[in-house]
Design a protein around this ligand. Structure first.
Ligand code: NAD
Length: 248
């Protein structure tokens, strides 16, 4: 496998894209720390990986808490002896409202998880990656890290922030052997879309030139490539996986 003997953390790995990334990493030979606030889903991901012959371990962490991120890295190094790859993927959708009516609590929660959570993750992963002689960070942004989407101010602002944060890390740590890139999926069939009715889904599908939503596994393939040595010259970039959404 392309990730043989690598140790990887995936946050938000109890479901959706994070689960698919964890599975792809394990399939390529990595030892995967599956992390999430959801214990049941996280342990299910570990079981799926082990049933497929891979290696994984669950560590509960709320990415919006700095200390949880610190502990996650500590426990990872304790469990597997180091850290080489981190996919900061945990995220929520948040409330839907125009900016002038957006709840303060909703804003604070989305920023805490989708932006501060990614910063906290990188903040504690970077020293461990340097310790290992270098490594890879893949941060989960969105098409909404490049363009706006009405009624989603907090999500759009957080995802744009993730893209900027990722560029900074790339500049600061290229010399230390760390590559950092951001991935931007369009709308993907996961639990994140669970509250949408079928009319809304049809309306979303129509925004994708390819004529359908994406699958978590299609995002995972891009994350996997960016995390591997095959992407050795790719740094500080934003990669869309969006069925043509941003091409319009
Ligand atoms: P999902 O809801 O299936 O999975 C998200 C996971 O994150 C869940 O397991 C959840 O428990 C976990 N999580 C939420 N808050 C957390 C916290 N504070 N700490 C730790 N874990 C937490 O959704 P998904 O679609 O797989 O989303 C994964 C990422 O992909 C998110 O960052 C999301 O913004 C991004 N994304 C999703 C889409 C989409 O259409 N589904 C599109 C673009 C980007």
């Amino acid at each position: 496998g392309t990730l043989k003997d690598k140790v990887a953390i995936v946050t938000g790995a109890a479901s959706g894209i994070g689960r698919a990334v964890a599975q792809a990493y394990a399939r390529e030979g990595a030892k995967v720390v599956v992390s999430d606030i959801s214990v049941g889903g996280g342990e299910e991901t570990v079981k799926m990986i082990k049933d497929a012959g891979g290696e994984a371990f669950f560590i509960a962490a709320d990415t919006s808490k700095a200390e949880d991120n610190e502990q996650l890295v500590e426990l990872t190094v304790e469990q597997y002896g180091g850290l080489h790859i981190a996919c900061n993927n945990a995220g929520i959708g948040g409330p839907s409202a125009p900016t002038g009516e957006y709840t303060i609590e909703g804003w604070d929660k989305v920023i805490a998880i989708n932006l501060s959570g990614v910063f906290y993750g990188c903040r504690y992963q970077i020293p461990a990656l340097l310790q290992a002689g270098g490594g890879v960070i893949v941060n989960m942004a969105s098409i909404l890290g490049q363009v706006g989407f009405a009624n989603s101010a907090a999500y759009v602002a957080a995802k744009h922030g993730v893209v900027g944060l990722t560029k900074n890390i790339a500049l600061e740590y290229a010399g230390g052997g760390i590559r950092a890139n951001a991935v931007g999926p369009a709308f993907i069939n996961t639990l994140l879309l669970k509250d949408m009715d079928s009319d809304t889904i049809d309306w979303l599908v129509a925004k994708h030139p390819i004529g359908r939503l994406g699958e978590a596994s299609e995002v995972a393939e891009l994350v996997l490539w960016l995390s591997s040595e095959k992407a050795s010259f790719v740094n500080g970039a934003y990669y869309a996986v969006d069925g043509g959404y941003l091409a319009q």
